[in-house]
Design a protein around this ligand. Structure first.
Ligand code: GLN
Length: 497
């Protein structure tokens, strides 16, 4: 009976299995890292990595093995190899954010999330490829070439955290970190059959995340199971005095993932099932909602009436903030500087930036500069901020009637490489369902809910109110158990970790 199955709790996590196997002496951290490195090399065609930090990772693994043999108490992620999106700053490991402008930059410090991972004895395996400076939905705008989807290498893995999704889906490492500004964790998770969590704005420190749109950016985990994502979230979340927008609320232990959904009110917004939604995505999402309903959840219709303005609002707010944030990348402080002879500092900036930024980043800087310019600020930027407030209120009102909101993560499944590059507007619409909760600052997770007839994964999005991570992960964990088991593996897959 389905309810009995639900009561059994979420799928066992890969992370917990790896930690336990080391504790029992069945495997060493060194062996795990070696497996991951071999798998990364075996799946090289995916172009998921910008930098594999093999030597550093092996040295850390040896240290962890040594500490274990001395009987020291190790952290909750001991010996677990983790991939990190190149948008996140890592001391001594090149950090380019997928851009030529940061070529050659080796940061002198670690992002807070890296310090926390390492304090938990996780091992940073290397840096993951992405859309340039996190701008995109397909991971095709990287300066080092596109990432491929392990389920079908002729297709995109989603973006901008495409490498973070591809590496985990291909079996290289059990978990990775991505960043999500308008959907960049959730959408690639959905395209690659993974769980991906965008935490509440302020829940995870942004210190050391290369800034794209500061009022929207969040770091979060991707993994193959809900339990894995919860395990990493617990380690990286929590107050950080180095991030002025960091929340002080304590992070509860995510130990209720096994609780059943009975009595939970699941809100379904009609606006998320509009035209443009692929019928197979719709069918899978409808099926998942019906399953929650059959297991005791109360399915209630809710309204998010300002959803139709979300994409336009996002592309004003995000580009405006990006144009300001990216002014620091000027060829002087970090990364690429032109080698051509220049007559003054102005030309040095202009040339370095012209050479360092790709076309999508330039387009965003132009859009954002325009939206902030004198005479247009009120008409565009200020108006966008006002609409953003309306979108946030939509959610506040909806959450008076339900506990979580569910719908599709993306209107489509993974599309072909190059298919949408010529049409930026089409690409911008990829995030139509993920952007609203980014603008509202609440939390959401994408969890696999089926496949299309071509075998491409489909993701269900579960949105919670601010600080609702425990609640949405609980629903995600239940769904993971309720859905029929599907042991399909991606076409490009290696037995790493
Ligand atoms: N695809 C969206 C964009 O291009 C979101 C990117 C992100 O979340 N970093 O801006």
């Amino acid at each position: 009976m389905a309810t009995t199955k639900a009561d059994a709790g979420p799928k066992p996590g890969v992370v917990a299995a790896l930690v336990d196997a080391q504790r029992r002496g069945e495997v060493t951290a060194t062996a795990l890292v070696e497996r991951s490195i071999a798998a990364a090399r075996a799946t090289q065609t995916l172009n998921a990595w910008t930098h594999l930090a093999a030597d550093k990772a092996l040295a850390r693994a040896a240290d962890i093995d040594r500490r274990r043999s001395r009987g020291e108490k190790l952290g909750p992620l001991a010996g677990v190899p983790v991939g990190v999106k190149d948008q996140i700053v890592t001391r001594g490991i090149p950090t380019t954010a997928g851009s030529r402008i940061l070529e050659g930059w080796v940061p002198p410090y670690d992002a807070t999330v890296i310090r926390r991972l390492e304090a938990a004895d996780a091992i940073v395996l290397g840096k993951l490829n992405q859309d340039e400076l996190a701008m995109g939905s397909s991971s095709e705008s990287s300066a080092v070439g596109p990432v491929r989807n392990p389920w079908d290498p002729a297709r995109v893995p989603g973006g901008s955290s495409g490498g973070s999704a591809a590496a985990v889906a291909a079996g290289v490492c059990p978990v990775s970190l991505g960043t999500d500004t308008g959907g960049s964790i959730r959408q690639p998770a959905s395209f690659c059959g993974l769980v991906g969590l965008k935490p509440t704005y302020g829940r995870v420190s942004r210190h050391g995340a290369v800034a794209f749109a500061s009022s929207l950016d969040q770091i979060g985990p991707l993994g193959r199971t809900v339990a894995d994502v919860a395990a990493v979230f617990e380690v990286i979340a929590g107050h950080d005095p180095q991030d002025a927008t960091s929340l002080t609320a304590p992070v509860p232990a995510m130990d209720d993932l096994g609780e059943a959904v009975a009595g939970l009110r699941v809100g379904v917004p009609g606006e998320y099932f509009a035209s443009g939604l692929d019928p197979f995505v719709r069918a899978a999402v409808d099926g998942a909602i019906a399953l929650l309903g059959a297991n005791g959840a109360e399915v209630v219709p809710v309204e998010l009436p300002h959803t139709r303005y979300a994409v336009a609002t996002y592309y004003l707010v995000a580009t405006a903030e990006a144009s300001s944030n990216l002014s620091r990348l000027d060829g002087v402080r970090y990364g690429h500087r032109t080698v051509s002879s220049v007559k003054d500092i102005g030309e040095l900036y202009a040339r370095s930036r012209a050479e360092g930024f790709g076309p999508e980043v330039k387009r965003r800087i132009l859009l954002g500069t325009f939206a902030l310019s004198h005479g247009y600020y009120d008409a565009y930027y200020k108006k966008a901020q006002q609409v953003r407030t309306l979108i946030r209120r939509d959610f506040e009102q909806a959450f008076e009637r339900c506990d979580v909101i569910v719908g599709p993560t993306s209107p489509v499944t993974a599309f072909g490489l190059g298919e949408r590059l010529g049409d930026p507007l089409q690409m911008y619409l990829m995030d139509i369902y993920t952007i609203p909760s980014s603008l509202a600052g609440n939390t959401s997770v994408s969890v696999p809910c089926g496949f299309d007839p071509e075998g491409m994964p489909i993701g269900l999005q579960i949105i919670g109110p601010p600080l609702g991570e425990g609640r949405i992960l609980r629903v995600a964990g239940q769904l993971e158990r309720l859905l029929p088991a599907d042991e399909r593996k991606p076409r490009v897959y290696a037995e790493g970790c």
